[in-house]
Each structure stands twice: as structure tokens, then as C-alpha cells.
Design a protein around this ligand. Structure first.
Ligand code: GTP
Length: 625
């Protein structure tokens, strides 16, 4: 960026795309889709309107899909939408929930998107009246961006969820945003289901990824689901895991309404459409609600779920996530993180969200100086859908009236410009981005400077000290890139505070655990375990072996031992298995067949000393943790 100003390319006007716009449902723009509200888009004309009262809180699961960039979140979301019949298989639009033009052009998700799905599943203790029949669950899936610049989207999405699918590429393994998103979910107390995706790739190494998940996040490797969102392999286990492992939302249906405003966007026909999570109580069309942030009251004009487009339901109940149209005309009224409640009730507002921390500032000016009002209008509409941008008006001698905008990073800034142009047809000039600095002047004052032009040139107000923002960062990289990354850090005046290997060895108290059959150690069954786990593992091994070794003609003693110390023991009493016992008379062919069969069976045994061990026993032993 050598020059002072970066002028945006002039684009031809393009079709406005709202985040929920779908060319498959052109009626939505006119509110006509209300008449076609259906359970599944596939048979929209026949199916009955959705009755949300059939989904009490115990039948609701709200979950996000989180991951590093490109690990396959949106593709996995596609497959789940198809699996539940929410969209048609092969709808011809991959990454269905990436609806913005900028997302499609760049192949990245920048906006979190919710879709409601319905899925039949037989869960113990949860049924629709008939215990033998599966129950239908309402699942709210939120697909989130992977790039760090959009992590504000992720943190807001997680506020509406009780669980998250942590998707990790089976070849790339854990990456920087896997770590950041894991901690966002962990700090929000969500149930985390690890999903090792892209197992169809030739370089996939799910065992390595499982080991990383264990060593970095203490996630149990046996909890990981192995999937390929591309081929469909393993996907049948995803929704059962969501229903079984993620708890229902915690709200109370009998308490007064409390609803969290998660997101919003402006629709030319309906005004502001708010994305909400109903925490407590219920909301119906026609209800009067108030905003805790502004005190303003509204009437609910339309209400429903994203299935996956706006689908009116007339009601939203506790635990459900959906949309509300209230006739808000100004985007300033929709405060992200606000609590909405029934007018004339008193409720404790929900905690809301932490304000976004802006890392990069840049000036935005209309390419044609006379277009300030149009730019103002466009920015107002766009910030309704991107609450993480800060906007203040400013004036430049060269460019006239404009705005100083704070972004979460350079990619965020770039995407914001592109959306202004593509979705709002605004032509802008942006100034060189800068981080905020603090300057101390000789008159004792200290100011944060977000615009280089604002730096004092008054000789009586000399700069005596300045500060720049720094971060303490943890950089996680494969070992082959360590050299270049250290060089890059030192070029940027970085100081190395600590250096360590994630997959490093550390001293540990390990013991060899032997398995003995009739006093003889079986080398193939010996394991090395931590001394604290030895007793439990020894007991499990001995119990399993007892189940899988058949009784034989002599007594078998199974022992687990550390050195000469036996820590677990079981005995299988003797028996004589006479396969010919039931063959009375002299049918020689039949007797021969039975003896042959017994011989075949014995081939599948491993003879250890005098004890025959079936292959199955070896397989089962591998499953002991
Ligand atoms: N081989 C293979 N490719 C996959 C699989 N899942 C996704 N992909 C591909 O990986 C690329 C990224 O997939 P996305 O679903 O866009 O990834 P994402 O995590 O949503 O990306 P961001 O939202 O930008 O972070 C696309 O080219 C997908 O076709 C898989 O299971 N196997």
C-alpha cells in the first residue's frame, strides 16, 4: 500500500442480496412465502404448517458448526440439511448457507447462518406418546465463519447454542482457528462434539488428529466422529450424536418472555428482520414487545423460523431460534445483544455480548463527493447486518465528508467494502488502514489516534511519547515452518517469549502391564500405561478376556500384573466340550462334519501356551482405553 488512497473498483450495479435471499424462493421478498409455510421445502405444496408447540424444550437442540477456514463446515451443513429433507439433495448450490455474493465469490463464510431442521430419532425417555416410535426433534444449526476476522459472528452464534460440532480436517489437523473456536465454545460451557472431516482424502490421518484433540483439548478420542462431507461417509452418526450428547436449551416456558437479539438485516419490504433466540416464555404474532436497550415498544408483525428460508410459524417458544419482524424501520433500533420482552412485564435483561474490539481503522468516502447521503444510507443498512463495525463521521480536506470505520481485521475491512458495493451499490474510496495508536503531547494530554490526519502538528503540542498496540500471540505451526515464521515475526519486531512443541514428550510414571494366562505372560497383550490407570485398565482387560475366552477342558487363570505384583485376577472354570454329545447312533458323516467344524473354529484361535484365545478377544482388548 504505497499510495495514500486506495480507490475501489467501480462495479456495475448488481442485484441486492440480503443474507436470507434465495432465488429459489422469490416470494419471500414480497412476504408471499407465508402462504407456503411447510415442514419441508421438498413438498411445500402438500405439507401442513409447522406446529412449533409439538417441540417442547426437551425436543430442541441448538448447535453451531465451528472450525478452521475450509475444514468443511458449510459442506457438512449442506449434508445435514439434505439428510433432514430441509433442502433437496443436489440442489445445485454447494455451501447453501453461504448466501452472500461475497461468500460465493471468495469461497468463505463471513456471516453466521441459522437453519431449522426436523429429524426423527428414537431417544430413550423421549417420545411422542408411543415408546416404540422415534420422536421428531427440532434442530437449529448455525453455520459459522472460520476466519479469525469474523470470530465475532462465532461468539454471538454460540450464545444461542448448547453444543458445537468442532470440525477438523483429517489431513490438516488442528489449526489456529480450531484452537480459537474451541476455546470460544469451551468458555461458553458448550458440549463439544469433535468431527474429523475429509476422511476420504488420501493424506487423511484421523489417528493423528485424535491424538491432537486429546493432547490439546483433552477431548476423548473415542468421542470423535469420522466423516466425509464430500462422500457422505459417517454422516449418519452426526445427528444422533447431536441429539444424544447436546443438552436441550435451559430456558423456562412458564417464565415471562426474554428473547435475545442475535442478528438483524434490512429487507426493503419488511423493514428490519431480527434474528432471535427465545430464552424464556413464548412470543406470538400480534404480541407487544419492548427493547431493554432503547425502551421502544413494537408489535410483532411476522414471526417464524429459517427452514431454511423465512418460514412463518405464528409463534416462537422457549428454546427456539427464529426471526421476528416488528416494523422497526431504522437499523439503529436493532441493537445486537439486546433483550426483547413483553411490554408491561419486568424482566432481568440477558447478559448480551461483549463489544467487538476493532483492530484496524480506515476512512470511507463516497467516490463522488455528492453521494454522501447515499453512502450514509448504505452503511446504515449494512451495519444492521454487521454489528462488529464501528462508524463515526469524519471530514477530509481532500475527500470531503466521510466515515472513519473500525474493523476486526484487514479481511473484514475488504469484505465490508465489497458488500457495500455489491449489496448496496455504493462506490467508495477507502484510506490506508491504520491500527489505533496512543500519543502523549507536551501539554500532558494523551489521545488515541485512529486517523493519521488527526495527529497534532501544533508546535506547542509536541509528541513526547507514543504507544502502538501489541498482542501476546500463540502461533501454532507445523515444525517445518518454524524458521520462516520466526523470521517473519522478527521482521515485524516480534519478541519470542516462549517456544514449545505441542506433541512433545514429558517425563511420566509409566508401567508395563502384563496379562498372564495360567501364569504365562502373553506378550501380544502387554501394554504400557500410566501407573494411576494401571489398576483400572488391568481390571478391564481381565474382565474382557474372561468374557471372550471359552471355557476349556482345564481351569484358566487370567491375571493382570505389574512385574511380579498381580493387580487383577479372574478364573474360567474347566469344562469338556463334547461336540458329539448329541449324536446318538452311528451317523459317521455327521460326526465327521461336527469335528471338522470344531477344527475350523480352532483355526481361528490363537494358542497361547495351552490356552486357545479367539481372535475376537484380541480385537476387544484394543478397545480398552
Ligand atoms: N475431500 C473432501 N473435501 C471436502 C470435504 N468437505 C468439504 N470439502 C471441500 O473443502 C472446501 C471447503 O469447504 P467448506 O465447506 O466451504 O469449508 P468451510 O469450513 O465452511 O469454509 P469457511 O466457511 O470459509 O471457513 C470445499 O472445496 C469443499 O468442497 C470432505 O469431506 N472431503
Amino acid at each position: 500500500m504505497g499510495s495514500l488512497f486506495r480507490a475501489s473498483k467501480t462495479l456495475k450495479p448488481r442485484k441486492y442480496l440480503s443474507p436470507f435471499y434465495s432465488i429459489k424462493n422469490p416470494f419471500d421478498a414480497f412476504g408471499l412465502s407465508q402462504r407456503f409455510c411447510s415442514h419441508s421445502r421438498q413438498n411445500s405444496k402438500q405439507s401442513a404448517p409447522i406446529d412449533l408447540s409439538r417441540y417442547p424444550i426437551e425436543k430442541i437442540r441448538n448447535f453451531s458448526i465451528i472450525a478452521h477456514v475450509d475444514h468443511g463446515k458449510s459442506t457438512l451443513a449442506d449434508r445435514l440439511l439434505e439428510l433432514t429433507g430441509t433442502i433437496k439433495r443436489g440442489h445445485g448450490q454447494p455451501q447453501y448457507l453461504d448466501k452472500l455474493q461475497v461468500e460465493r465469490e471468495r469461497g468463505i463464510t463471513v456471516k453466521a447462518q441459522t437453519a431449522t431442521m426436523f429429524h426423527k430419532y428414537k431417544l430413550h425417555g423421549c417420545n411422542d406418546g408411543n415408546i416404540d416410535e422415534p420422536s421428531t426433534f427440532l434442530l437449529n444449526l448455525i453455520d459459522t465463519p472460520g476466519h479469525v476476522d469474523f470470530s465475532y459472528e462465532v461468539s454471538r452464534s454460540l450464545a444461542a447454542c448448547q453444543g458445537a460440532l468442532l470440525v477438523v480436517d483429517a489431513a490438516q489437523g488442528v489449526q489456529a482457528q480450531t484452537v480459537a473456536n474451541f476455546y470460544l465454545a469451551f468458555e461458553s460451557n458448550l458440549t463439544i462434539i469433535p468431527v474429523i472431516n475429509k476422511i476420504d482424502q488420501p493424506t487423511a490421518d484421523p489417528d493423528r488428529v485424535k491424538a491432537q484433540l486429546k493432547s490439546m483439548f483433552d477431548l476423548d478420542p473415542s468421542d470423535a466422529l469420522l466423516t466425509s462431507a464430500k462422500t457422505g461417509q459417517g454422516l449418519e452418526h452426526v445427528l444422533p450424536a447431536v441429539i444424544e450428547r447436546i443438552p436441550p436449551p435451559p430456558g423456562s416456558s412458564s417464565s415471562p418472555l426474554r428473547m435475545l437479539l442475535l442478528d438483524s438485516y434490512y429487507d426493503e419490504y419488511k423493514g428490519v428482520i431480527c434474528h432471535v433466540a427465545v430464552v424464556d416464555g413464548a412470543l406470538r404474532k400480534g404480541d407487544k414487545i419492548s427493547s431493554a436497550a432503547t425502551g421502544q415498544a413494537y408489535e410483532v408483525l411476522d414471526i417464524g423460523i429459517m427452514h431454511p428460508e423465512l418460514t412463518p410459524t405464528g409463534v416462537l417458544l422457549s428454546g427456539q431460534v427464529g426471526y421476528v419482524v416488528t416494523g422497526m424501520r431504522s437499523t439503529k433500533e436493532a441493537r445486537i445483544g439486546d433483550t426483547l420482552y413483553h411490554t408491561r412485564t419486568t424482566v432481568e435483561p440477558l447478559p448480551g455480548f461483549k463489544p467487538a474490539k476493532h483492530m484496524v481503522f480506515s476512512g470511507l468516502y463516497p467516490a463522488d463527493g455528492s453521494d454522501f447521503d447515499a453512502l450514509n444510507h448504505a452503511i446504515e443498512r449494512l451495519t444492521c447486518n454487521d454489528a462488529s463495525v464501528s462508524i463515526t463521521k469524519e471530514t477530509s480536506t481532500a475527500l470531503g465528508l466521510g466515515f472513519r470505520c473500525g474493523f476486526l481485521g484487514l479481511l473484514h475491512m475488504d469484505v465490508f467494502h465489497q458488500r457495500l458495493e455489491q449489496e448496496h451499490e455504493a462506490h467508495v474510496i477507502s484510506t490506508v488502514p491504520t491500527v489505533p495508536y496512543i500519543f502523549e503531547y507536551s501539554d500532558g494530554s494523551k489521545v488515541e489516534v485512529q486517523n493519521p490526519a488527526a495527529l497534532s502538528s501544533d508546535p506547542k503540542k509536541r509528541v513526547i511519547a507514543c504507544w502502538e498496540p501489541t498482542v501476546i500471540a500463540t502461533i501454532i505451526i507445523p515444525s517445518e515452518y518454524v524458521g520462516p515464521v520466526i523470521t517473519l515475526c522478527s521482521e515485524r519486531r516480534g519478541q519470542q517469549l516462549e517456544y514449545s512443541f505441542i506433541d512433545r514428550y514429558q517425563q511420566s510414571d509409566l508401567v508395563k502391564l502384563d496379562i498372564l494366562l495360567n501364569g504365562k505372560p502373553v506378550d501380544a497383550m502387554a501394554t504400557i500405561v500410566h501407573s494411576l490407570k494401571a489398576q483400572r485398565v488391568g481390571r478391564e482387560l481381565v474382565d474382557k478376556l474372561k468374557k471372550f475366552i471359552d471355557r476349556q477342558m482345564f481351569e484358566i487363570i487370567i491375571q493382570a500384573a505389574i512385574g511380579s505384583k498381580v493387580i487383577a485376577r479372574e478364573t474360567i472354570s474347566a469344562m469338556r466340550k463334547n461336540v458329539l454329545a448329541k449324536c446318538y447312533g452311528g451317523d459317521v458323516t455327521r460326526k465327521r462334519k461336527l469335528l471338522e467344524k470344531q477344527k475350523e473354529g480352532k483355526k481361528r484361535m490363537k494358542r497361547v501356551g495351552s490356552v486357545d484365545i479367539p481372535q475376537e478377544a484380541f480385537h476387544q482388548l484394543l478397545k480398552v482405553s
